[in-house]
Design a binder for this molecule. Structure first.
Ligand SMILES: Nc1ncnc2c1ncn2[C@@H]1O[C@H](COP(=O)(O)OP(=O)(O)OP(=O)(O)O)[C@@H](O)[C@H]1O
Ligand SMILES: [Mg+2]
Length: 340
Protein backbone atom coordinates (compact mmCIF):
# COMPACT_ATOMS: atom_id res chain seq x y z
CA UNK A 1 0.00 0.00 0.00
CA UNK A 2 1.37 3.37 -0.99
CA UNK A 3 1.44 6.38 1.33
CA UNK A 4 1.63 10.14 1.05
CA UNK A 5 3.13 12.49 3.61
CA UNK A 6 2.96 16.26 3.84
CA UNK A 7 5.77 17.54 6.02
CA UNK A 8 4.79 21.13 6.67
CA UNK A 9 6.09 23.90 8.91
CA UNK A 10 2.90 23.71 10.97
CA UNK A 11 1.24 20.38 10.13
CA UNK A 12 2.49 16.90 9.34
CA UNK A 13 -0.20 14.90 7.56
CA UNK A 14 -0.13 11.36 6.22
CA UNK A 15 -2.51 9.88 3.67
CA UNK A 16 -3.30 6.31 2.77
CA UNK A 17 -6.00 4.64 0.71
CA UNK A 18 -8.91 3.14 2.60
CA UNK A 19 -11.80 1.62 0.66
CA UNK A 20 -12.81 4.14 -1.97
CA UNK A 21 -11.48 7.04 0.01
CA UNK A 22 -8.37 8.34 1.72
CA UNK A 23 -7.53 8.36 5.41
CA UNK A 24 -5.54 11.29 6.76
CA UNK A 25 -3.64 11.42 10.06
CA UNK A 26 -2.50 14.82 11.24
CA UNK A 27 -0.34 16.29 14.01
CA UNK A 28 0.80 19.81 14.69
CA UNK A 29 4.53 20.12 14.00
CA UNK A 30 5.37 21.62 17.40
CA UNK A 31 6.45 20.69 20.91
CA UNK A 32 6.81 22.09 24.40
CA UNK A 33 9.38 21.29 27.07
CA UNK A 34 8.24 20.48 30.61
CA UNK A 35 10.17 19.46 33.74
CA UNK A 36 10.51 15.72 34.21
CA UNK A 37 8.94 13.94 37.16
CA UNK A 38 8.01 10.25 37.50
CA UNK A 39 4.45 11.27 38.13
CA UNK A 40 4.28 13.54 35.08
CA UNK A 41 5.65 10.84 32.83
CA UNK A 42 3.23 8.24 34.18
CA UNK A 43 0.29 10.55 33.61
CA UNK A 44 1.42 11.40 30.09
CA UNK A 45 1.85 7.73 29.20
CA UNK A 46 -1.51 6.78 30.67
CA UNK A 47 -3.36 9.49 28.78
CA UNK A 48 -1.61 8.66 25.49
CA UNK A 49 -0.11 12.11 25.14
CA UNK A 50 2.65 11.98 22.52
CA UNK A 51 5.88 12.70 24.41
CA UNK A 52 9.56 11.92 24.59
CA UNK A 53 11.95 12.04 27.55
CA UNK A 54 15.46 13.38 27.35
CA UNK A 55 17.52 13.66 30.54
CA UNK A 56 15.51 15.71 33.05
CA UNK A 57 13.10 17.07 30.48
CA UNK A 58 9.95 15.75 28.92
CA UNK A 59 8.80 17.05 25.56
CA UNK A 60 5.10 16.98 24.76
CA UNK A 61 4.82 16.78 21.02
CA UNK A 62 2.16 17.39 18.33
CA UNK A 63 -1.40 18.63 18.87
CA UNK A 64 -1.12 18.35 22.67
CA UNK A 65 1.85 20.73 22.77
CA UNK A 66 -0.47 23.72 22.37
CA UNK A 67 -2.67 22.69 25.33
CA UNK A 68 0.35 22.09 27.56
CA UNK A 69 1.91 25.37 26.50
CA UNK A 70 -1.26 27.19 27.55
CA UNK A 71 -1.47 25.41 30.89
CA UNK A 72 2.21 25.91 31.79
CA UNK A 73 2.30 29.34 30.23
CA UNK A 74 5.10 28.44 27.84
CA UNK A 75 5.70 29.05 24.16
CA UNK A 76 5.54 26.11 21.80
CA UNK A 77 8.68 25.36 19.82
CA UNK A 78 8.74 24.36 16.18
CA UNK A 79 11.08 21.86 14.48
CA UNK A 80 10.64 23.64 11.15
CA UNK A 81 10.79 27.22 10.06
CA UNK A 82 10.11 28.73 6.62
CA UNK A 83 9.36 25.34 5.09
CA UNK A 84 12.49 23.47 6.19
CA UNK A 85 14.16 22.02 9.29
CA UNK A 86 14.98 24.83 11.65
CA UNK A 87 18.67 25.53 12.12
CA UNK A 88 17.84 27.33 15.37
CA UNK A 89 16.22 24.35 17.03
CA UNK A 90 18.66 21.73 18.34
CA UNK A 91 15.86 19.22 19.03
CA UNK A 92 14.30 19.57 15.58
CA UNK A 93 15.28 16.17 14.21
CA UNK A 94 14.19 13.89 17.12
CA UNK A 95 10.89 15.80 17.42
CA UNK A 96 10.04 15.61 13.75
CA UNK A 97 11.00 11.93 13.76
CA UNK A 98 8.56 11.20 16.57
CA UNK A 99 5.72 13.12 14.89
CA UNK A 100 6.39 11.52 11.51
CA UNK A 101 6.41 8.02 12.99
CA UNK A 102 3.15 8.68 14.80
CA UNK A 103 1.47 10.10 11.71
CA UNK A 104 2.82 7.77 9.00
CA UNK A 105 3.11 4.64 11.15
CA UNK A 106 5.37 1.84 10.03
CA UNK A 107 5.25 0.24 6.58
CA UNK A 108 3.17 -2.89 6.10
CA UNK A 109 6.04 -4.38 4.18
CA UNK A 110 9.70 -3.42 3.94
CA UNK A 111 10.29 -0.95 1.13
CA UNK A 112 6.70 0.34 0.90
CA UNK A 113 6.55 3.53 -1.20
CA UNK A 114 6.01 6.82 0.57
CA UNK A 115 6.00 10.13 -1.30
CA UNK A 116 6.78 13.05 1.01
CA UNK A 117 6.37 16.71 0.16
CA UNK A 118 9.40 18.91 -0.12
CA UNK A 119 9.39 22.63 -0.92
CA UNK A 120 11.12 24.17 -3.91
CA UNK A 121 14.06 26.47 -3.18
CA UNK A 122 12.78 29.94 -2.32
CA UNK A 123 13.46 32.76 -4.76
CA UNK A 124 13.44 35.43 -2.08
CA UNK A 125 15.95 34.00 0.41
CA UNK A 126 19.21 32.06 0.51
CA UNK A 127 17.65 29.03 2.16
CA UNK A 128 18.40 25.71 0.52
CA UNK A 129 15.96 22.83 0.85
CA UNK A 130 18.48 20.05 0.12
CA UNK A 131 19.55 19.26 3.69
CA UNK A 132 15.91 19.19 4.80
CA UNK A 133 14.91 16.86 1.98
CA UNK A 134 17.83 14.46 2.45
CA UNK A 135 17.35 14.32 6.22
CA UNK A 136 13.68 13.41 5.86
CA UNK A 137 14.51 10.87 3.21
CA UNK A 138 16.94 9.01 5.45
CA UNK A 139 14.57 9.29 8.43
CA UNK A 140 11.78 7.60 6.46
CA UNK A 141 14.15 5.00 5.02
CA UNK A 142 15.22 4.11 8.60
CA UNK A 143 11.58 3.33 9.38
CA UNK A 144 11.52 0.84 6.48
CA UNK A 145 9.80 2.95 3.82
CA UNK A 146 11.05 3.56 0.31
CA UNK A 147 10.81 7.37 0.39
CA UNK A 148 10.63 9.68 -2.56
CA UNK A 149 10.34 13.49 -2.43
CA UNK A 150 7.60 15.25 -4.35
CA UNK A 151 7.59 18.98 -4.91
CA UNK A 152 4.84 20.58 -2.80
CA UNK A 153 3.40 22.62 -5.69
CA UNK A 154 3.39 19.54 -7.93
CA UNK A 155 1.49 17.63 -5.22
CA UNK A 156 -1.21 20.31 -5.44
CA UNK A 157 -1.47 19.74 -9.21
CA UNK A 158 -1.81 15.97 -8.67
CA UNK A 159 -4.43 16.45 -6.02
CA UNK A 160 -6.60 19.21 -7.50
CA UNK A 161 -6.14 19.29 -11.26
CA UNK A 162 -6.75 15.68 -12.36
CA UNK A 163 -9.86 16.88 -14.25
CA UNK A 164 -7.73 19.31 -16.19
CA UNK A 165 -5.07 16.83 -17.37
CA UNK A 166 -2.82 17.89 -14.51
CA UNK A 167 -2.32 21.24 -16.21
CA UNK A 168 -2.44 24.54 -14.37
CA UNK A 169 -0.90 26.68 -11.71
CA UNK A 170 -0.95 25.22 -8.19
CA UNK A 171 -0.30 27.50 -5.23
CA UNK A 172 0.07 26.11 -1.71
CA UNK A 173 -0.19 28.86 0.92
CA UNK A 174 1.36 27.19 3.97
CA UNK A 175 2.67 28.40 7.30
CA UNK A 176 6.34 28.92 6.54
CA UNK A 177 6.21 29.20 2.78
CA UNK A 178 4.16 29.58 -0.33
CA UNK A 179 4.91 26.96 -2.98
CA UNK A 180 4.09 27.53 -6.63
CA UNK A 181 4.15 25.12 -9.54
CA UNK A 182 3.01 25.51 -13.13
CA UNK A 183 2.51 22.17 -14.84
CA UNK A 184 1.44 21.13 -18.31
CA UNK A 185 0.20 17.57 -18.73
CA UNK A 186 1.77 16.62 -15.38
CA UNK A 187 5.16 17.99 -16.41
CA UNK A 188 6.39 20.88 -14.25
CA UNK A 189 7.13 23.94 -16.36
CA UNK A 190 8.17 26.15 -13.45
CA UNK A 191 8.39 25.62 -9.71
CA UNK A 192 9.59 27.83 -6.90
CA UNK A 193 8.74 28.87 -3.38
CA UNK A 194 8.49 32.11 -1.46
CA UNK A 195 9.73 32.16 2.12
CA UNK A 196 6.53 33.73 3.45
CA UNK A 197 3.21 32.27 4.51
CA UNK A 198 0.81 32.23 7.47
CA UNK A 199 3.61 32.58 10.04
CA UNK A 200 4.74 35.78 8.40
CA UNK A 201 1.21 37.20 8.56
CA UNK A 202 0.96 36.22 12.25
CA UNK A 203 4.28 37.82 13.16
CA UNK A 204 3.54 41.03 11.33
CA UNK A 205 0.05 41.34 12.83
CA UNK A 206 1.41 40.51 16.31
CA UNK A 207 4.11 43.14 16.05
CA UNK A 208 1.75 45.79 14.69
CA UNK A 209 -0.82 45.34 17.44
CA UNK A 210 1.40 44.26 20.36
CA UNK A 211 -0.41 40.94 20.67
CA UNK A 212 1.30 37.59 21.43
CA UNK A 213 1.82 35.59 18.23
CA UNK A 214 -0.03 32.48 19.51
CA UNK A 215 -3.05 34.65 20.23
CA UNK A 216 -2.98 36.17 16.75
CA UNK A 217 -2.78 32.68 15.23
CA UNK A 218 -5.86 31.52 17.17
CA UNK A 219 -7.87 34.60 16.20
CA UNK A 220 -6.90 34.04 12.57
CA UNK A 221 -7.78 30.34 12.60
CA UNK A 222 -11.02 30.73 14.56
CA UNK A 223 -13.39 33.09 12.84
CA UNK A 224 -11.45 35.48 10.68
CA UNK A 225 -12.86 36.41 7.27
CA UNK A 226 -11.28 38.56 4.60
CA UNK A 227 -14.23 40.87 4.14
CA UNK A 228 -12.46 44.12 5.10
CA UNK A 229 -15.36 45.23 7.27
CA UNK A 230 -13.49 44.66 10.53
CA UNK A 231 -12.60 47.73 12.51
CA UNK A 232 -9.25 49.36 12.08
CA UNK A 233 -6.76 48.98 14.92
CA UNK A 234 -7.72 45.48 16.02
CA UNK A 235 -5.95 42.19 15.33
CA UNK A 236 -8.40 41.28 12.56
CA UNK A 237 -7.77 44.58 10.82
CA UNK A 238 -4.01 43.95 10.94
CA UNK A 239 -4.50 40.39 9.68
CA UNK A 240 -6.43 41.69 6.65
CA UNK A 241 -3.68 44.18 5.85
CA UNK A 242 -0.93 41.57 5.95
CA UNK A 243 -3.03 38.98 4.13
CA UNK A 244 -3.48 41.41 1.27
CA UNK A 245 0.21 42.27 1.37
CA UNK A 246 1.20 38.59 1.17
CA UNK A 247 -1.13 38.04 -1.79
CA UNK A 248 0.33 41.00 -3.66
CA UNK A 249 3.85 39.80 -2.93
CA UNK A 250 3.13 36.26 -4.14
CA UNK A 251 1.34 37.47 -7.28
CA UNK A 252 4.21 39.84 -8.08
CA UNK A 253 6.72 36.98 -7.72
CA UNK A 254 4.62 34.73 -9.96
CA UNK A 255 4.47 37.41 -12.62
CA UNK A 256 8.26 37.94 -12.43
CA UNK A 257 9.09 34.23 -12.61
CA UNK A 258 6.69 33.53 -15.47
CA UNK A 259 8.36 36.32 -17.41
CA UNK A 260 11.79 34.83 -16.85
CA UNK A 261 10.75 31.30 -17.70
CA UNK A 262 9.47 32.16 -21.16
CA UNK A 263 6.22 30.32 -20.65
CA UNK A 264 4.32 29.69 -23.86
CA UNK A 265 1.82 32.48 -24.56
CA UNK A 266 -0.98 30.31 -25.89
CA UNK A 267 -1.43 28.58 -22.55
CA UNK A 268 -4.89 28.77 -20.98
CA UNK A 269 -5.00 27.13 -17.55
CA UNK A 270 -6.72 27.36 -14.18
CA UNK A 271 -5.11 28.43 -10.91
CA UNK A 272 -5.76 26.45 -7.72
CA UNK A 273 -5.14 28.09 -4.37
CA UNK A 274 -4.83 25.84 -1.35
CA UNK A 275 -2.93 25.31 1.92
CA UNK A 276 -4.08 26.34 5.42
CA UNK A 277 -3.46 30.03 4.77
CA UNK A 278 -6.00 29.99 1.93
CA UNK A 279 -8.77 28.96 4.40
CA UNK A 280 -10.43 32.28 5.30
CA UNK A 281 -13.60 33.18 3.49
CA UNK A 282 -12.90 35.73 0.79
CA UNK A 283 -9.35 34.51 0.08
CA UNK A 284 -10.03 33.09 -3.38
CA UNK A 285 -11.92 36.23 -4.50
CA UNK A 286 -9.20 38.52 -3.22
CA UNK A 287 -6.54 36.45 -4.98
CA UNK A 288 -8.51 36.51 -8.25
CA UNK A 289 -9.01 40.29 -8.00
CA UNK A 290 -5.35 41.01 -7.38
CA UNK A 291 -4.24 38.62 -10.09
CA UNK A 292 -6.04 40.82 -12.61
CA UNK A 293 -3.77 43.71 -11.71
CA UNK A 294 -0.57 42.10 -13.01
CA UNK A 295 0.71 41.10 -16.42
CA UNK A 296 0.82 37.34 -16.90
CA UNK A 297 1.80 36.32 -20.42
CA UNK A 298 -0.59 33.37 -20.57
CA UNK A 299 -4.30 33.27 -19.91
CA UNK A 300 -5.90 32.06 -16.70
CA UNK A 301 -9.25 30.37 -17.17
CA UNK A 302 -10.33 30.64 -13.53
CA UNK A 303 -9.19 30.71 -9.91
CA UNK A 304 -10.33 27.73 -7.87
CA UNK A 305 -10.24 27.05 -4.16
CA UNK A 306 -10.58 23.62 -2.54
CA UNK A 307 -12.86 22.21 0.15
CA UNK A 308 -10.17 20.96 2.52
CA UNK A 309 -7.05 23.03 1.88
CA UNK A 310 -5.04 21.40 4.68
CA UNK A 311 -5.12 18.02 2.92
CA UNK A 312 -4.29 18.92 -0.70
CA UNK A 313 -0.57 18.23 -0.47
CA UNK A 314 -0.93 14.93 1.42
CA UNK A 315 -3.58 13.80 -1.06
CA UNK A 316 -1.40 14.75 -4.04
CA UNK A 317 1.59 12.91 -2.57
CA UNK A 318 -0.58 9.80 -2.33
CA UNK A 319 -1.74 10.16 -5.95
CA UNK A 320 1.92 10.25 -7.00
CA UNK A 321 2.83 7.27 -4.80
CA UNK A 322 -0.03 5.16 -6.13
CA UNK A 323 0.72 6.04 -9.70
CA UNK A 324 4.37 5.03 -9.18
CA UNK A 325 3.30 1.80 -7.48
CA UNK A 326 0.94 0.96 -10.35
CA UNK A 327 3.51 1.72 -13.02
CA UNK A 328 6.18 -0.40 -11.33
CA UNK A 329 3.57 -3.18 -10.91
CA UNK A 330 2.80 -2.82 -14.63
CA UNK A 331 6.51 -3.05 -15.38
CA UNK A 332 6.74 -6.37 -13.54
CA UNK A 333 3.80 -7.79 -15.52
CA UNK A 334 5.42 -6.87 -18.82
CA UNK A 335 8.63 -8.53 -17.73
CA UNK A 336 6.67 -11.66 -16.86
CA UNK A 337 5.12 -11.73 -20.33
CA UNK A 338 8.39 -11.34 -22.13
CA UNK A 339 9.83 -14.29 -20.21
CA UNK A 340 7.00 -16.60 -21.38
N1 LIG B 1 -9.02 28.39 9.30
C1 LIG B 1 -7.86 29.00 9.06
N2 LIG B 1 -7.83 30.31 8.75
C2 LIG B 1 -6.67 30.93 8.50
N3 LIG B 1 -5.47 30.35 8.55
C3 LIG B 1 -5.44 29.05 8.85
C4 LIG B 1 -6.62 28.29 9.12
N4 LIG B 1 -6.26 27.02 9.41
C5 LIG B 1 -4.92 26.99 9.32
N5 LIG B 1 -4.43 28.19 8.99
C6 LIG B 1 -3.02 28.57 8.80
O1 LIG B 1 -2.50 27.79 7.76
C7 LIG B 1 -1.11 27.57 8.00
C8 LIG B 1 -0.88 26.06 7.99
O2 LIG B 1 -1.20 25.59 6.72
P1 LIG B 1 -0.52 24.30 6.12
O3 LIG B 1 -0.77 23.13 6.99
O4 LIG B 1 -0.96 24.23 4.70
O5 LIG B 1 1.01 24.71 6.21
P2 LIG B 1 2.26 23.75 6.31
O6 LIG B 1 2.17 22.77 5.20
O7 LIG B 1 2.39 23.22 7.68
O8 LIG B 1 3.44 24.80 6.06
P3 LIG B 1 4.49 24.92 4.85
O9 LIG B 1 3.90 24.29 3.64
O10 LIG B 1 4.70 26.38 4.69
O11 LIG B 1 5.72 24.23 5.33
C9 LIG B 1 -0.80 28.18 9.34
O12 LIG B 1 -0.25 29.48 9.15
C10 LIG B 1 -2.15 28.28 10.00
O13 LIG B 1 -2.23 29.29 10.97
MG1 LIG C 1 2.60 22.86 3.16
Amino acid sequence: MARGLDVGTMNIISSRPEGDGTTFVQQRNSFVEIEYSDMAEQMLSRSEVLHIRKDDKVYVVGDDALNFANIFNKETRRPMEQGILSSEEASAIPMIKLITEQVAGTPERQGEKIFFSSPADPIDSDLSTLYHQKTLESMLADTGFDPEPINEGMAVIYSELADNNFSGLGVSFGAGMTNICLAYYAVPVMKFSIARGGDWIDHQAAQATGTPVDKVTSIKEDDFTLDFTTDVGGVEGALSIYYENLLDYVIEMISQEVDQEDVEEGLDVPVVVTGGTSSPEGFEELFAQHLEDVDIPFSISDVQSVDDPLYSVARGALVAARSEEESSGGGAATEQQSED
